[in-house]
Design a protein around this ligand. Structure first.
Ligand code: AG3
Length: 286
């Protein structure tokens, strides 16, 4: 028997013609929540891994890249963000990074699946790293699309930390949802979205950015490579009613980042600016 065959593996079933396999050193949790099949397992390369319907959501080892890039990029580009909204993000990693900014007064996090929050607290405490106990966090268990539709508050930064558009996350990729998000942003507010790996899932980015082009004066995307979101860099959608934030200077970012005093594993102002440089195969998608 080969070495590989001796072990249990989780095969990710996200793409039709390509799959990645992660070795299960120990299955820590495997059950159906109200909305989806949730697994948490230990892997020698990435540490603890959370999958929903067998799609990798986050890992102990590489989540810093994704969470830092979806928080520090919009928050530091904005320069004075006080009110942040996270749609999804039940594992708490996004709240963790957003709350590192002391001038952020309030983070509202709207997660559809209470099961994800409960299990992440128990099996992935390093993901939230205390964020759930921060008095600035307001955790709402609700459908993000419904919340957005009824919301009357304005936010400086909206972060859509969704799954891919299959299952409960699908409504977070619709024009209707983005329309409600656009009117929930302040004048110089910014929305950022997870848009999958464009080499593998180009439609995901195209769909979001076509909607953003109709709703925002500034619509674009930026990139970062997250090892467990296989297939090349992942795209993050960017929409704002003004192009001020995207055109922030490197000098301003350096000043803001130094003032924030945040320790990061991936983000720095140079990476921030460079992330908006797009290869042609990505530019062609919107
Ligand atoms: N949500 C993003 C999952 C994207 C997976 N997509 C993919 N592999 N192409 C992550 C939630 C972390 N807070």
């Amino acid at each position: 028997m080969s070495n590989a065959a001796k072990h249990e593996w989780v095969t990710e079933g996200l793409h039709a013609h390509y799959a990645q396999r992660l070795r299960v050193d120990e299955m820590l949790y495997d059950s159906n929540t109200e909305h989806q099949r949730l697994k948490v397992f230990q892997n020698g390369q990435f540490g603890r891994i959370l999958t929903l319907d067998d799609v990798v959501q986050t890992t102990e080892g590489d989540n810093f890249i994704y969470h830092e890039m979806l928080t520090h990029v919009p928050i530091l580009a904005h320069g004075n963000a006080k009110r942040v909204l996270i749609i999804g993000g039940g594992d708490g990693g996004m709240a963790r990074e957003a709350l590192r900014h002391t001038p952020v007064e309030h983070v509202t996090m709207v997660e559809i699946d209470a099961g994800v929050v409960d299990f992440s607290k128990e099996y992935l405490p390093m993901l939230s790293d205390g964020a759930f106990d921060d008095p600035r966090l307001n955790l709402v268990i609700n459908d993000g699309a419904l919340f957005m539709k009824e919301n009357t508050e304005k936010f400086d930064v909206i972060i859509v930390d969704s799954t891919d558009p299959i299952g409960p996350g699908e409504v977070l990729f619709t024009d209707t949802f983005y329309g409600h998000a656009a009117r929930s942003l302040t004048e110089d507010g910014i929305i950022v979205t997870q848009n999958g790996v464009p080499f593998m899932q180009g439609d995901e980015l195209t769909g979001t950015l076509r909607a953003f082009q109709a709703l925002f004066a500034d619509a674009s995307c930026y990139l970062a490579t997250v090892p467990t979101y296989a297939g090349g860099p992942m795209a993050f959608g960017w929409g704002s009613h003004s192009d001020k934030a995207r055109n922030v200077s490197l000098a301003d970012l350096e000043e803001r980042f130094a003032a924030a005093g945040i320790e990061t594993g991936y983000y720095n102002p140079e990476v921030h600016k460079a992330a908006f440089a797009l290869p042609n195969y990505v530019k062609k998608l919107f």
